[in-house]
Write a protein that binds this ligand. Structure first.
Ligand SMILES: Nc1ncnc2c1ncn2[C@@H]1O[C@H](COP(=O)(O)OP(=O)(O)OP(=O)(O)O)[C@@H](O)[C@H]1O
Ligand SMILES: [Mg+2]
Length: 547
C-alpha cells in the first residue's frame, strides 16, 4: 500500500471532488424543485380570478400583478408597471395611509376589506380585497387580491328589496283578511244606523209641534233630563251629527272593503292607463281648484292597453293626487303626473310627483299601512294609500314612494303587461270525425290552440314523433291501435315527457281506463263531453294564472 504524502493528497482531492459533485447535483435538484415550486405558485398567481397586485410598501409602486388584474383594470402590462397603487384604489371608506398602517401593524392582514377601485377608463367599481404583506430582498412588499363585487352588491340589493316587498305583501295579506272580517262585522250595524236616522228625523219633525203644544201646558216638563228649549234648539243638530258620524263610518267600511277585495276584482278588460289618469284628474278638479296647486301631466302617447280595472286605477291616481295636494303647505305647489312605457321590461309606469313637505324614513315605512294617517284632525282615515296598494297588487303591480323631508314626494306605480300567452299545440286522436271537428273548432275559437288531428292510434304515433304537441287528446276505443296502446308506446318517450294527455271515452267503466290510470294517465273525460267545461278544464292545464 502506497502511503506517500502525494498519494494521500490525491485521495483527499478525489473525495473532495466527489463531495462537490454530489453537492452540485443536490443543488441542481434543489434548483429544479425551487423552479417547479416557483412555477406552481406563478400559475396560482396568474390563473387566480381575483386581481392580485403587489406593490412596494414605501413607494407604493406597483411591481407585479396577474392577468386578472390587467383584465379587471384595463391596463396593459407596461402601463401597470408605471403606476402606483394609489392610482387604482379610490379610498372612500379609509385613507391609503390608514390602510397601509393597518397592514403593517398586521392587524387587518387576515380580514377582507371593502373599498372602491378605479379602472383605466376612470370608471369606479366596488371591490372586496384581501390585503397582506411579505418581506423581499428589496424591502417590504404589500399585496391586495381584489374582487369586483358590483354584481354581488346588486344581487344583495335586489334580494333586500324583494324581501321588503315580500314582507309588505305578507303584512298586507294578513291585514286584508283581518280587515275584511272587521268590515263585514261593522257593515250591518252601520247600515241599520244609516237606515234609521232619516226615520228618527221624520219622527222628530212630526213630534216637534206636539212637544211645543205640551210645553205650553207643562212648561217645566223635562225629556231625558233635558228641557224643551234645549231639545228644540239642539236636536236637529244632534241628529245631523249622528248622521255625519255614521256616514264617516260607512265610508271607512267601504274603503276597508276596497282594501280587502283585491283578489275579487276579476272583471278586467283592456284599459288605457292615460284614460285612467285623465279621468282621475277630472274627478280631482274641484279639489285642485280649491288649492293653489298647479297640476301638470305628461302622458306618453305610445302606451299599450293592459288588462285591468279602470276605476281601480282611477281611484289610485285620485288618492295620490289628493294626498299630494294635501302635502303642499306653500303657495308654489306643483304636481307632475307622468306616464311611460318601458318596452324592454313590458312595464307601464305612472308617477305622481309633488313639491310638498315630503316625509322622513320613519313615516315612509308606514304610509301603506291601513289607518296610518297624519291628518287625524282633518278627518283623514289613513286608508287611501293602503287601498291603493292593494288595488295595484290586484294588477300584479307595485307602488313605491321616494321622499325626503322638505323635498316633496314621488309615488311610482309599475304595472306589468300581461305576458303573451304562448299557443298550445294539440293533437286530437279520435276515429269519429264529428268529435274531432267539434273539439278542434271549440279549441281554435279560444285563440290559443294550434290543432292537428288523426283518425287512429297508428297514424297518431307517426305524427307524434315529429309534431311534438303540448296536448294529446286521445279517444280510448279506436280501430288498429287503441288509446291504451298509444299510451303504453309513448310512456318511455323522452321527447314527449312534457306533453299532457287527456283521454276521452264513452266507456269510463272499461277496465282499460283503470290500466291507463295505473300507468299515470289520469286526465279522463267521459263522452258525451260538456264541451264548454272541457275547454275550460283544458285551459286550466295551461293558462292557470291567466285572468
Ligand atoms: N304626497 C305625500 N307627501 C307627504 N306625505 C304623504 C303624501 N302622501 C301620503 N302621505 C302621508 O301618508 C299618510 C297616509 O296617507 P293615506 O292616503 O293612506 O291616508 P290619509 O291621506 O292620511 O287619509 P285619507 O286618505 O283617508 O284622507 C298621510 O297621512 C301622510 O302623512
Ligand atoms: Mg289620502
Amino acid at each position: 500500500m502506497d502511503s506517500s504524502p502525494k498519494n494521500s493528497e490525491n485521495h483527499r482531492l478525489k473525495t473532495r471532488i466527489k463531495f462537490l459533485e454530489k453537492g452540485a447535483g443536490d443543488l441542481q435538484s434543489c434548483l429544479a424543485a425551487l423552479r417547479a415550486n416557483e412555477e406552481k405558485y406563478r400559475q396560482f398567481f396568474e390563473t387566480d380570478s381575483d386581481a392580485i397586485i403587489i406593490f412596494d410598501a414605501d413607494s407604493l409602486a406597483i411591481e407585479d400583478f396577474n392577468a386578472a388584474a390587467c383584465q379587471v383594470f384595463g391596463y396593459s402590462v407596461s402601463e401597470f408597471l408605471s403606476l402606483s397603487f394609489e392610482k387604482v384604489c379610490v379610498f372612500k371608506e379609509q385613507t391609503l395611509s390608514e390602510m397601509i398602517r393597518e397592514i403593517n401593524r398586521g392587524e387587518k392582514e387576515k380580514k377582507i376589506l371593502r373599498n372602491h377601485f378605479m379602472r383605466k377608463d376612470r370608471s369606479i367599481f366596488p371591490g372586496a380585497f384581501f390585503p397582506g404583506s411579505f418581506k423581499s430582498e428589496s424591502g417590504k412588499k404589500l399585496f391586495a387580491a381584489i374582487r369586483d363585487i358590483s354584481e354581488k352588491l346588486k344581487i344583495e340589493e335586489q334580494l333586500k328589496k324583494s324581501q321588503e316587498q315580500l314582507f309588505q305583501a305578507q303584512k298586507m295579506e294578513a291585514l286584508g283578511t283581518l280587515v275584511a272580517g272587521v268590515a263585514h262585522e261593522i257593515n250591518n250595524p252601520i247600515n241599520l244606523v244609516m237606515y234609521n236616522i232619516p226615520l228618527i228625523k221624520h219622527i222628530w219633525h212630526d213630534f216637534k209641534p206636539v212637544m211645543e203644544a205640551n210645553e205650553e201646558k207643562h212648561p217645566n216638563l223635562k225629556y231625558g233630563g233635558l228641557t224643551y228649549d234645549f231639545i228644540n234648539d239642539n236636536l236637529d243638530q244632534l241628529i245631523d251629527d249622528i248622521d255625519m258620524a255614521a256616514k264617516r263610518v260607512e265610508t271607512i267600511v267601504r274603503r276597508l272593503k276596497d282594501f280587502s277585495k283585491k283578489s275579487s276584482i276579476q272583471v278586467k278588460s283592456d284599459i288605457s292607463i292615460n284614460e285612467a289618469v285623465e279621468n282621475a284628474l277630472r274627478l280631482a278638479q274641484s279639489t285642485i281648484k280649491k288649492s293653489k296647486v298647479v297640476v301638470n301631466s305628461v302622458l306618453c302617447e305610445k302606451i299599450p292597453t293592459i288588462k285591468g280595472h279602470l276605476q281601480s286605477i282611477e281611484q289610485v291616481v285620485l288618492n295620490l293626487v289628493v294626498n299630494a295636494i294635501e302635502a303642499i303647505d306653500h303657495d308654489h305647489g306643483e304636481i307632475l303626473i307622468r306616464t311611460a312605457f318601458l318596452k324592454s321590461e313590458k312595464v307601464i309606469i305612472i308617477q305622481v310627483q309633488d313639491n310638498g313637505k315630503g316625509m322622513g324614513n320613519q313615516t315612509l315605512e308606514k304610509i301603506f299601512d291601513p289607518f296610518f294617517t297624519q291628518k287625524q284632525a282633518d278627518g283623514g282615515t289613513g286608508l287611501g294609500l293602503s287601498v291603493s296598494y292593494s288595488l295595484i297588487q290586484s294588477h300584479a303591480g307595485e307602488i313605491i314612494c321616494r321622499s325626503k323631508p322638505g323635498k316633496g314626494a314621488e309615488f311610482e306605480i309599475r304595472l306589468p303587461m300581461e305576458p303573451e300567452q304562448k299557443s298550445v299545440k294539440v293533437l286530437i286522436v279520435d276515429d269519429d270525425s264529428a268529435i274531432r271537428k267539434l273539439l278542434s273548432r271549440a279549441l281554435k275559437q279560444e285563440g290559443n290552440y294550434v290543432v292537428k288531428m288523426s283518425s287512429n292510434g297508428t297514424k297518431a304515433l307517426i305524427k307524434l314523433g315529429t309534431y311534438l304537441p303540448d296536448l294529446l287528446i286521445l279517444d280510448l276505443f279506436m280501430p288498429q291501435m287503441n288509446g291504451l296502446e298509444v299510451c303504453q308506446s309513448i310512456i318511455m318517450e323522452k321527447k314527449l315527457e312534457k306533453m299532457k294527455v287527456v283521454i276521452i271515452t264513452g266507456r269510463p267503466d272499461s277496465p282499460k281506463i283503470e290500466e291507463i290510470k295505473k300507468i299515470g294517465f289520469i286526465n279522463v273525460f267521459s263522452k258525451p263531453l260538456d264541451i264548454n267545461q272541457f275547454v275550460k278544464d283544458v285551459g286550466n292545464m295551461f293558462f292557470k294564472d291567466g285572468i
